[in-house]
Design a protein around this ligand. Structure first.
Ligand code: PLP
Ligand code: SF4
Length: 443
């Protein structure tokens, strides 16, 4: 590990930058791709027809090492790869592209393939959608007692898309302030009726794609006395990686930081839940300046992200990620297991292997950097952490723990599954000791 990295950004000036983004249709216009061979470019086009693709110039120019293609982890993070689709699906789309099928026929093939990729994992569409006066309200999810998730409609895109994400199913275009105000009203109505809620987690997409005045329309009302029960406001974002300019040099960056300051002046805890996958995301000077400026407001930055084959399935990468985070004042929070959706076939790592990587990474850092829980699965019954492989009465088992449960009584319950070195998700596991079901299956 490079021990003498200088994290200071003092005295540096960061001029405003234009946000330039490429989507699937503009793939061919990315100058850096011209150096790659034609076959690879075609494969990207095929996959980008099915999975989300969006990348901005900052990511292309500052985060990707173009001398290390295709292995570069950030390249893998944003650019589509052939094996993300199963071979049959890949061939179908490749043929359709080559034959230049009419739009409707092509779209039907793509829709068919997408439907096979479990676009709404853990029952996202049917479950956890709350009601006010018997009416379902959109944009809110309430699964665990203390925390309400809020998806503002104008925050449902990201500054770039991660290839392993399938939240694109909910990605829609920009919405104006009026809609923000109406949704904000729904959120308030719901929170008024739920004094047990202490945390509001604003998420997306990425809420940081919003202008500050939009974000303010959602958050400012929560600072009033009637929402005294809301103790923590969390904002889930990958903007510290994909567009740190948001916090530094964008026209309303200073206003954003003022809003952060106000939230804390109102006595709330403000937690920026930053999505990170690799220590390289923390290297650019502007990324460090963004972190410094956010922290200067008193907000806490907590880091979370999935463990992924081709990107970070390596203990050394996690150890350096956590250590760098600590040095920059960020608290490692969660290591997630890649969800059972989208390009999982490409990114998934067996649970046993994930735990080994977690454990080895933990062993390489001091207790200060050992704050990340994980590897954790956000599954239908709750968040389940793999605690390790052990033996009980001669039976090899996986020890697991329910960190968050749909039923609050399940929280922190340990349980055991039969050892299975191939399982990549909870539904591949069977209860240990010859039992028929897990405790949460009884419902
Ligand atoms: C992870 C998660 C939360 C927050 O859980 P914490 O352990 O408090 O961070 C809330 N709601 C849902 C649906 C989640 O997946
Ligand atoms: S930043 Fe988050 S929501 Fe956006 S594409 Fe990546 S994983 Fe998905």
């Amino acid at each position: 590990m490079d021990q003498n990295r200088n994290t200071s950004t003092e005295g540096k000036h960061f001029p405003a930058q234009r946000f330039k983004v490429y989507t699937a249709r503009q793939l061919e216009q990315i100058p850096q791709l011209a150096q790659l061979d034609e076959q690879l470019r075609f494969e990207m086009k095929v996959v980008a027809s099915v999975l989300p693709f969006r990348v901005n110039e900052y990511v292309i120019e500052q985060l990707i090492d173009w001398n290390n293609i295709p292995a570069d982890p950030i390249f893998q993070l944003v650019f589509p790869q052939r094996e993300m689709l199963d071979p049959e699906a890949f061939e179908r789309v490749a043929k359709a592209l080559q034959q230049e099928l009419p739009r409707a026929e092509f779209d039907a093939i793509v829709a068919d393939i997408r439907a096979d990729l479990n676009p709404h994992p853990a029952g996202q569409l049917e479950h956890n959608i709350p009601t006010v006066n018997g009416e379902r309200i959109n944009g809110i999810q309430h699964k665990y007692r203390e925390t309400v998730l809020f998806f503002p409609s104008s925050g449902q895109v990201c500054h770039s898309y991660c290839t392993f994400c399938f939240r694109w199913a909910q990605f829609v275009g920009d919405k104006d302030l009026k809609i923000a105000a109406r949704e904000s009203g729904d959120l308030q109505a719901y929170l008024r009726e739920h004094p047990e809620v202490t945390d509001v987690l604003v998420t997306g997409g990425d809420p940081m794609v919003m202008k500050t005045r939009n974000l303010r329309a959602y958050l400012e009302p929560l600072l009033s006395e009637e929402f005294a029960h809301i103790r923590t406001i969390r904002i889930g974002t990958k903007a510290l990686t994909f567009w740190p300019q948001r916090f530094v040099s964008d026209a309303d960056a200073d206003e954003l930081l003022d809003l952060f300051t106000e939230i804390q002046a109102a006595g709330k805890h403000l937690a920026i839940m930053a999505h990170y996958n690799h220590w390289r995301e923390l290297e650019p000077a502007i990324a460090r300046e963004a972190i410094r400026r956010v922290r200067e407001t008193g907000a806490q930055i907590r880091a979370q992200g999935p463990l992924l084959a081709h990107i970070n399935d390596d203990a050394e990468v996690w150890a350096r990620l956590w250590q760098s985070q600590v040095e920059l004042g960020i608290v490692p929070y969660y290591m997630f297991v890649e969800r059972d959706t989208g390009a999982r076939r490409y990114f998934e790592v067996p649970l046993v292997r994930a735990w080994e990587i977690y454990r080895e990474a933990m062993q390489r850092v001091s207790g200060i950097a050992r704050t990340a829980r994980g590897p954790s699965m956000s599954s239908h019954p709750g968040k389940v952490e793999v605690q390790g492989v052990t033996e009980v009465n001669g039976e090899k088992v996986l020890a697991l723990r329910m960190i968050q449960g749909r039923d609050a009584d399940w929280v922190q319950r340990p349980f055991f599954a039969r050892y299975n070195p191939e399982a990549t998700w909870l539904d591949h596991l069977e209860p240990a000791f010859g039992e028929q079901r897990f405790f949460f299956d009884d419902e």
